[in-house]
Design a protein around this ligand. Structure first.
Ligand SMILES: Cc1ncc(COP(=O)(O)O)c(C=O)c1O
Length: 444
């Protein structure tokens, strides 16, 4: 049955609800309020009614420069005007240039593979680690997110009732966030608490562990930072026990520094995975790190070779977008990161002061341009701490009220707020003015 133009004009969701599986392209986009956006520019989004929002959602993080960045879009237009296409044969000058740029971002980036999405990249990084070590088991973080595939689709925002009490020094049960993950597969994956190095040590002593994969800052439950020495301890343990340290920098990479959080904390992973901000919203991902491990993708011995294929890998449009994004981020010796620190720190200070003024118990956790207000009295160190102390209802109410007044953060508690290069001081001031009203009005 065809929908009439009038139906669609009255509600653009009509076609999606009728023909798109579940009416939505990603389950993670289900939101209340269910706003249909029609345009975005810089720091702003507009909905069907023409209402403008200052955007802190950034489509789950990629828009480090802001929406529709002119420099990036011009590079994309140019690559099309120049007649580039996807050749599917050999390599191109463009992808070599991008690989060189990425490898210039940190000394540990000796070589790089180009893919399309973060999930593909974490999948391939784990496969590389298994092939490299000849071991099958992997360690993941409770409260971490590394994509949707079988190895990692578990234990994100697990209700504490299902998870049970804190198990310091031990693993948690694998609690899938997707149906269809074989039991045999689940037995190979060991979720542990973030910042709990003893649990990692215990698992490594018990099982043949190929890799630990973790976000260096848990940015899918806000901003949960590593304690001093934790990442360094993992590096040391990986060296001692011969497993591969994979930093999932899909959210942190290019947002906190060109070399990702690894360059901020000074810990070199064996492999790092990038996505999101690497191409400012265009679908591009990368695995970078040790050349000897990445060379498994082209090992002459086909029994050792890890299959990296992908029709769309290094599509010229995405490559051009990534090159332009990195050029913009690198300009002025990383001036944008100094601006992120200034703006982030100002907004953090304002939100904390407004919270105090309104008598709210809260703490704003932040790294550069990424922040998350927690309605609890300290900075959380892991999921148990967060889930047991944060006021989720208040968080959701604040977001809902802010959205109604033109400040868009994703309407689910503990989702990261992201400032972009396009957010001007006046946008942050407008945000603070709205939050003052929001904090005064939300019911405790
Ligand atoms: C840390 C992290 N890793 C991996 C992924 C998966 O990336 P993608 O959604 O591009 O597959 C995400 C997505 O949110 C992420 O935040």
């Amino acid at each position: 049955m065809q929908s009439s133009n009038t139906d669609v004009a009255a509600d653009p969701r009509v076609l999606s609800r009728r023909y798109l599986a579940g009416g939505i392209a990603s389950i993670n986009r289900l939101a209340d309020p269910d706003i249909v956006f029609t345009r975005a520019q810089g720091a702003y989004l507009w909905d069907t009614g023409g209402k403008r929002y200052i955007d802190y959602h950034a489509a789950f993080g990629p828009y480090v420069l802001g929406h529709n960045d002119a420099y990036v879009n011009d590079a994309v237009r140019r690559v099309l005007d120049d007649g580039h296409s996807l050749y599917g044969s050999g390599t191109t000058e463009l992808e070599g240039r991008l690989a060189e740029l990425i490898c210039g971002c940190a000394p540990f980036l000796q070589s790089v593979a180009l893919l399309n999405t973060g999930s593909e990249a974490t999948y391939q990084a784990l496969r590389l680690a298994r092939a490299w070590t000849g071991r099958d088991h992997i360690i993941v973080m409770q409260g971490g997110y590394n994509g949707w595939h079988n190895d990692v689709a578990c234990n994100l925002m697990t209700p504490l009732g299902a998870l049970g009490p804190r198990r310091t020094g031990e693993e948690y049960a694998f609690l899938p966030i997707s149906a269809g993950i074989p039991q045999s597969h689940q037995a190979l994956v060991h979720p542990v608490g973030f910042n709990d190095i003893e649990a990692v040590r215990a698992i490594v002593d018990r099982y043949p562990v190929a890799a630990i994969i973790l976000e260096p800052i848990l940015q899918n439950i806000g901003i949960v930072k590593p304690l001093e020495g934790y990442l360094q301890g993992l590096r040391k343990l990986a060296d001692e026990k011969g497993f591969v340290l994979i930093l999932d920098e899909v959210k942190t990479g290019f947002r906190h520094a060109l070399g990702g959080y690894a360059s901020v904390c000074g810990v070199s992973p064996d492999l790092a995975v990038y996505g999101k901000a690497i191409a400012n919203g265009y679908p591009m991902a990368a695995i970078g790190g040790r050349k000897d491990i990445l060379d498994l993708f082209v090992d002459a011995d086909t029994r050792k070779r890890v299959l990296l294929a992908g029709t769309y890998n290094a599509h010229p449009v995405m490559v051009a977008a990534a090159i332009a994004t990195i050029e913009r981020l690198a300009a002025g010796e990383g001036a944008i990161y100094r601006e992120f620190e200034r703006k982030g720190s100002w907004l953090q200070g304002e939100i904390e002061a407004l919270g105090r003024e309104a008598g709210l118990e809260m703490f704003v956790s932040r790294q550069g341009s990424a922040l998350c207000p927690y309605f609890m009295d300290h900075e959380p160190t892991d999921w148990h701490d967060l889930a047991g102390n944060h006021n989720f209802e208040l968080d959701a109410a604040v977001r809902k009220s802010a959205i109604a007044q033109g400040i868009y953060t994703f309407p689910i508690a503990v989702k990261q707020w992201s400032i972009s290069g396009a957010h001007a001081d006046r946008d942050l001031e407008e945000t603070a003015a709205v939050l003052k009203k929001v904090f005064a009005s939300v019911k405790l």
